[in-house]
Ligand binder design. Sequence first.
Ligand code: ADP
Ligand code: MG
Length: 681
Amino acid sequence: MASLFEIEIQQLKGVGEKRAQLFQKLGVSTVGALLRFYPRTYEDWSHPCSIAEAPFDKPCCIQAAVASRISETRVRKGMTLYKFRVCDGLSVMHITIFNNRYAPNLFQEGKEFFFYGKVGGTFTHREMSAPLFEPAQRGPRIRPIYSQTEGLTSRQIENAVHQAFERLPDPIRDDLPAPLRERYHLLELRDALKAIHFPYAREELEQAKRRFVFEELLILQLGLLRLKSRRKSENRMRLSNDVTGEFFSLLPFSPTGAQRRAVGECIRDMQESPSPMNRLIQGDVGSGKTAVASALCYCMAKNGWQTAFMAPTEILAAQHHRSLASLLASSGIRVELLTGSTSAAAKRALAEDLAMGRIHVIIGTHALLSEGVRFASLGLVITDEQHRFGVGQRAALAAKGDNPHLLVMSATPIPRTLALMIYGDLDVSVLDELPPGRQTVDTFWVDSGKRQRAFQFVKNHLNTGRQAYIVCPLVEEGEGNLAAAQQYFDQLQKEDFSGYSVGLLHGKMKNREKDQIMDDFTNGRIQLLVSTTVVEVGVDVPNAAVMLIENAERFGLSQLHQLRGRVGRGKHKSYCVLISDAQNEETKRRLGAMCRTNNGFEIAEEDLKLRGPGDFFGARQHGLPDLKIADMMTDMETLLIAQEEARKILIMDPELTKPEHRGLRAEMFRLFGQVGEGGFN
Ligand code: ADP
Ligand code: MG
């Protein structure tokens, strides 16, 4: 079916440029993609009931013939009612249709239709107002309901799908190899497509779903296994000197037992393991993951290898760069920063120095993935806040070396089965101990009536030399939102916090401005940092002791926990104030959980309960591609079968180049294409 993915959707009848753009919004730009745009849900028109038995409380489908002439009443300008009676052979029902000038022509006496809607009226006078309808000769069926977007209805999408079917060649190539379909009794592609869009019966629909769930999970597993297989190679970068002792003496603090253990485990992997290290460092916010990463950067450099250290935001990358560069300044290790806003000239110079091996540690954002970045001897790849990256992006960075060691760091606890699937034979080190002197961050939830008191609370802390954050009331950084942030900031600076030094930080600022603001905040020149959620991940200023979050109801639980993690990172008693007027139960539970516990694992558990597994384990959390039809949690059994089958296929045909696997290969690229580029080559 590959070729259908090259036919633009505009080529379908009834799809012009404008409609094509609407389809694009739904992620559909080709005929092939449209056929793979499965319905969101269905309306069951397959079991029409009699008028007498129609329920009053939910929509149903009734098959009946028009049993009277149609009457037309103009109620007012722009509102015409068409009324007629229908009969199913036993009882009569009254139908009202609004503003449909085709109605008189359509509903001729004696013609049979399906009507779908809620039955109202009384037992003796049944009626249906503005029903959906369809000529009965089409036969009873289950109707697809598609996710729609403004200007493009489910019905219009349905019509386009009908058109797409006409383009389907006969026979079509099925990307699922026949032996697999036979073994698991799966429908063929054409039948399955037909059945998922236009099923005649529930059973048929279930069969189609089963096939597509299997197919999707198989493709997911093929992609993941291929990423993993690269790591099965030999460990050619064996570390000879363990110099972590030297590094620890550079630190201004002594490492915790958990940090020493984690570093030790990584060093052992790199010294002794037959294949390259593949390890996850899992530790709650503030547990000191950066120091572990830094120790390894130091060790690698002293052993003559380069390290690439990737962070999800420019602010975080700059922070890591600042602290690592100053920590390692005396030891002759060159640490550089490369982000999207590094100037082209500087980028070229950095790229050259990297390729010549003159830089030992390069810290950056996904700009590190760009074409021009090459390494002389890449020994270690570190990704901080791993869940922010796609699996493909991590692989792309690793592909710049010859099977380097991999270290990923995350504060998000991931269930073991899922971790295994995403990372393969992944080893885990847990930082289960916070640095000494940390106290719990006391958390309060107040309504906006107490905002002034909350501000006073912040001022009290500023007066004693501490610093604070205020997270602005906005979630996304759209243009209008930024204006609102600016306004909010102006108000705080001029009125509520006049006399204090206040800074504003948001993602759309120029890099130099961001750096300046973060620098000033880190050095205490700014006392109060008003910010969007760009401070959410990783930002580390230990003197900050209060985090105030406006419109706290807008944030998810894990996000609130991450934001709170910006304070309580030093020896000072710290506080988090959540401002929210929201009253609904879900919000109460979320904010309640924040006030109750500081423990990241408990927060994650609660988050899971509140959001449901689909969302929690969703793509955004862990960098997996978006699945259309399968659910990682509820389809776990199929997932395991698919994994087994994927393994077998890859043993036979590692590159999926055999003719019977080309379809799978194409689908795999398509699925993983959404997650960073360059994951496969
Ligand atoms: P996270 O795990 O959230 O990435 P960081 O690595 O940013 O945490 O560390 C949080 C703060 O704790 C930093 O200011 C860091 O300097 C400090 N820190 C890390 N380890 C220790 C330690 N062993 N003793 C004291 N402070 C530490
Ligand atoms: Mg961190």
